[in-house]
Design a protein around this ligand. Structure first.
Ligand SMILES: *[C@@H]1O[C@H](CO)[C@@H](O)[C@H](O)[C@H]1NC(C)=O
Ligand SMILES: *[C@@H]1O[C@H](CO)[C@@H](O)[C@H](O)[C@H]1NC(C)=O
Ligand SMILES: *[C@@H]1O[C@H](CO)[C@@H](O)[C@H](O)[C@H]1NC(C)=O
Ligand SMILES: *[C@@H]1O[C@H](CO)[C@@H](O)[C@H](O)[C@H]1NC(C)=O
Ligand SMILES: *[C@@H]1O[C@H](CO)[C@@H](O)[C@H](O)[C@H]1NC(C)=O
Length: 400
């Protein structure tokens, strides 16, 4: 933001008012939290005074013992390699993470822009309990995230949850709502980040918003497991603007640094068969013919084939198998349909329940990307081409 403001000031020498406006903008947003990790969001910062030397862990029951965080209840800093009942505790990244005991919570205040949409990314691991779940909230918004399903064999996953800021002063809260007999059986959390989302404009010739999935939750550059997007039926507060996850399981948001994606830097990997569905209601004109096109790919994550998706567009449903040409990692597919109303549902799920062939248990699946819905049978493209030809001919004429 500040960089951009400076650039704009350098380039707009002839309009002081614009510079001043941009300056004010830069200043007024200076206090608002920047995209990325929350303060000590990876829990690597040691409490001042350090841990007691007699034990690996620091049990905190009061405020300020975990730098930058407020706690309530039994919140424990766990260290990588730490054991409990013969089991090594999982620390998603770095040397430390926190574990929330029964009904315990951890929170941090953040300054946000009122009315804006934000997404919170965090990593979580289960310990001994089977039915662990976390209540993630920025009051009054909250969502309970179920940690029952392990998506990766590493024993932890990253998740994203979005909220709309109702106040400038927000508080990000994680609470363990479990009530286990063994109070040390609580979820472990790590790597908490925030990102302000924007809803991309609807492209002119494509009815799908964010069809290339380039806008989405924060992803750490060096985290290789992608980010899970759990069930979210509210299009207005989706970590994946434009889309909802309308099934009871999550889909995975993946990046080009760790996976193969068909276009740009981000895509969606569909998991858990029919239990992982993404969808969008797109604007259409009733009784007009349309064409849904998309890229269908392989994430290069050792996912055991066959891969296939079920693609829905209006009243059409098509089962499309992944059969790329030679060395390509993706193919394009299409579904023709006639719109029945002024809003048409476009949806995708994986036909199979795939796992990785290397560990036999991490969930994986087909990748979808670059989703477009265009009116078909229109002559717009040819007219456009002709127009461009005439324009070039005219330019040529002027040149000489
Ligand atoms: C801590 O949690 C308990 C019960 O969940 C609640 O009654 C209490 O007010 C909380 N304390 C603070 C300081 O938030
Ligand atoms: C989650 O916590 C919020 C407050 O932080 C509360 O309003 C909400 O009811 C809780 N949800 C669940 C499912 O426990
Ligand atoms: C990932 O990057 C962050 C800084 O962006 C660093 O603090 C952390 O140690 C890195 N983690 C790993 C596992 O490399
Ligand atoms: C496919 O990959 C192989 C080895 O990576 C290469 O030798 C071959 O030329 C490639 N074929 C095409 C059509 O790109
Ligand atoms: C959809 O229609 C186009 C022509 O408009 C055609 O080329 C394409 O093969 C059709 N797709 C399917 C899946 O039938």
């Amino acid at each position: 933001m500040k960089d951009m403001a400076l650039k704009m000031i350098w380039s707009s020498t002839n309009c002081k008012c614009a510079s001043i406006f941009v300056f004010l903008l830069a200043f007024s947003s200076a206090a608002v939290i920047e995209d990325g990790s929350l303060l000590n969001g990876d829990f690597e910062t040691l409490p001042s005074g350090g841990f007691s030397s007699s034990s690996d862990a620091a049990i905190s029951d009061g405020p300020a013992s975990i730098p930058n965080w407020k706690t309530n209840g039994t919140v424990e800093v766990v260290e990588s390699g730490q054991k409990q009942g013969g089991m090594i505790l999982i620390v998603p990244q770095g040397a430390r993470a926190v574990r929330l005991g029964n009904d315990a919570e951890i929170s941090q205040g953040v300054k946000v822009q009122k009315g804006s949409l934000y997404s919170v990314t965090f990593s979580a691991a289960r310990t001994c309990a089977q039915l662990e779940s976390l209540n993630v909230s920025v009051p009054p918004a909250s969502q309970s995230i179920d940690l029952q399903t392990l998506y990766s064999v590493q024993g932890w996953d990253s998740y994203a949850w979005a909220f709309q800021a109702e106040e400038e002063d927000a508080k990000v809260v994680f609470r363990n709502t479990g009530m286990e007999d063994d109070p040390t059986c609580g979820p472990i959390i790590d790597d908490i980040a925030i990102k302000k989302l924007f809803v991309p404009d609807k492209p002119k010739d494509n009815a799908v918003v964010n069809g290339d999935f380039e806008e989405g939750p924060w992803m750490f550059r060096n985290e290789s497991l992608g980010v899970l997007l759990p069930t979210n039926l509210d299009e207005e507060t989706s970590s994946l603007p434009g889309w909802i996850v309308e099934s009871n399981r999550a889909v995975r948001y993946i990046d080009s640094y760790h996976y193969t994606v068909p276009g740009g830097k981000r895509a969606i990997e569909l998991l858990s068969g029919k239990e992982g569905i993404i969808s969008q209601m797109v604007q259409t004109k009733p009784n007009k013919p349309y064409r849904l096109t998309f890229s269908l790919g392989h994430a290069s994550d050792a996912c055991k084939q066959p891969l296939a998706v079920m693609a829905f567009a209006g009243d059409q449903a098509q089962n499309i198998h992944y059969t790329p040409n030679s060395n390509s990692t993706f193919q394009t597919a299409d579904v023709n349909f006639t719109a029945k109303a002024d809003r048409t549902r476009v949806a995708f799920y994986s036909v199979y329940y795939n796992t990785r062939s290397d560990d036999m248990s991490s969930l994986c699946g087909p990748v979808v990307d670059d989703i477009r819905v265009e009116q078909s049978g229109s002559t717009r493209v040819r007219i456009g081409g002709l127009g461009l030809g005439l324009f070039l001919a005219y330019q040529f004429f002027l040149w000489f």
